[in-house]
Design a protein around this ligand. Structure first.
Ligand code: S3P
Length: 449
């Protein structure tokens, strides 16, 4: 098992890019596969999760070439998929399993989706219940509605459905099912979740309608083949953003990063905590806004993160919990019970690791109360097999006295295979330009919420 060892890091003064956005990449591959011709996807991340979606579509008869590590040519086959010869392995990727289940429910063939140990413990009833309302024949073979998922392909009908959980994966599963269903499907979201499925469908000229918290889609559309460049993943950038934000005088520029407003809630939180955050959207012509972020660090102060703010920063909560431990005062995270059913129970994992480093933490059913500014000390920590726990605590190690060891960090490849390389570069700042140009044309910081 691989470990990473981290020592207290020098002040960050860096300009970086991050790999392509994981959520956007899954959707780009899925929709391009259904298009009426070849689509070139640039900036594709080499993360294991995204490659699971690529290989799943290959197993469904789609030719996908990879002429360069970050470039895919997806040969869309006008919505025609072929029966897979074996079960489809979704690995650790909940997005692959849930979105694919939606797409496969309405096909004229049967399929089975399997996952690794972690994915096989994650809840699937949330997608199976509404898919059954559309007419799907879908069953979970694992205990308590967990994978393997067996699908008997059958014709589907559009429905109107109010989502009981704020989940973009659930919304995505229903929209992919809707593409192959008769009539109109409307999904109502009580709290907005990331809108990448809708934007990507619109970009490929399959029009979705958004109205009063609902998204609607008519089945039977063929996506128009187009090329797409994937912006950098803000959720991967978040680790370095917090590292810079928590160092007074720390300074970080992140170039080419996705700035979709259903994902940028972390920026408001960092501003509330006292960091200076500037964002400049430089491109919107492919529907997914992208640009530059500039973070200037400070002595952070505690904040409360709860309610509607949770879904748009759900993946950033592990690193924001670390920010809370470094901040003055008590940071409270509430209404985040979804963290208990991610790649691991992230509430328990964060509480355990922060306590091991000397922080005082109260574990709540739906969140955490973190008493900040206790001096952190190095420790041997588990990744719990969860990429975001591994990366969040590697950053915590940058602020700890002594050495921090994160055990079993292979899971980092799920979303950010080059994470350790970037960590090394930041710990060894000579590899960066001596003077980072400060952009003066950036938009002003977001106001406090
Ligand atoms: C994702 C949605 C989120 C997020 C996950 C990716 C997506 O999950 O945690 O990493 O791409 O739709 P939920 O929608 O289940 O909250």
């Amino acid at each position: 098992m691989d470990d990473i060892r981290i020592k207290r890091a020098p002040r960050i003064e860096a300009e970086i890019t991050v790999p392509g956005d994981k959520s956007i990449s899954h959707r780009a591959v899925l929709i391009a596969s259904l298009a009426n011709g070849p689509c070139v996807l640039r900036g594709f991340p080499q993360s294991e999760d995204c490659m699971k979606t690529v290989n799943a579509m290959r197993a469904l008869g789609i030719k996908i070439e990879q002429p360069e590590p970050v470039v895919l040519i997806v040969h869309g086959n006008r919505r025609k998929l072929t029966a897979p010869k074996a079960e489809i392995d979704c690995g650790n990727s909940g997005t692959t399993m849930r979105l694919l289940a939606g797409m496969l429910a309405g096909q004229p063939f049967d399929s089975q989706l399997v996952g690794d140990g972690s994915l096989s413990r994650r809840p699937m009833a949330r997608i199976m219940d509404p898919l059954r309302l559309m007419g799907a024949k879908i069953e979970a073979k694992g205990e308590h509605d967990t994978a393997p998922i067996c699908i008997t392909g059958t014709p589907l009908e559009g429905i109107r459905y109010v989502m009981p959980v704020a989940s973009a994966q659930l919304k995505g599963a229903l929209l992919f099912a809707a593409l192959f269903a008769k009539g109109k499907t409307t999904v109502e979201e009580p709290v907005p979740t990331r809108n990448h499925t809708e934007l990507m469908l619109n970009y490929f000229l399959v029009h979705t309608q958004r109205e009063n918290g609902t998204v609607s889609l008519f089945g039977d559309n063929v996506p128009e083949s187009r090329d797409f460049s994937i912006p950098g993943d803000l959720s991967s950038a978040a680790f370095w953003m917090v590292a810079a934000a928590a160092q007074p005088g720390g300074h970080l520029l992140v170039r080419g990063v996705g700035l979709n407003e259903t994902r940028t809630a972390i920026l408001g939180v960092l501003v509330r905590m006292g960091a200076q955050v500037r964002e400049a959207i430089e491109e919107v012509d492919q529907f997914e806004p992208r640009g530059t972020l500039e973070i200037t660090g400070a002595h952070l102060k505690a904040t409360v993160i709860q309610g509607k703010e949770i879904p748009p920063l759900i993946d950033e909560l592990p690193i924001l919990a670390v920010a809370g431990a470094l901040a003055n005062g008590t940071t409270i995270i509430r209404h985040a019970q979804e963290l208990r059913v991610k790649e691991t129970d992230r509430i328990a994992a964060i509480a355990h690791n922060l306590r091991s480093m000397g922080a005082q933490v109260v574990e709540l059913d739906d969140g955490l109360e973190i008493h900040g500014r206790a001096p952190l000390h190095g420790a041997r920590l588990s990744s719990f097999g969860d990429h975001r726990i591994a990366m969040a605590f590697a950053v915590a190690g940058m602020f700890a006295e002594g050495e921090t060891v994160i055990q079993d960090v292979r899971c980092v490849a799920t979303s950010y295979p080059d994470f350790s390389k970037m960590l090394n570069s930041l710990a060894n700042p000579k590899s960066y330009r001596e003077t980072t140009p400060v952009i003066t044309s950036l938009a002003p910081s977001r106001p406090e919420d």
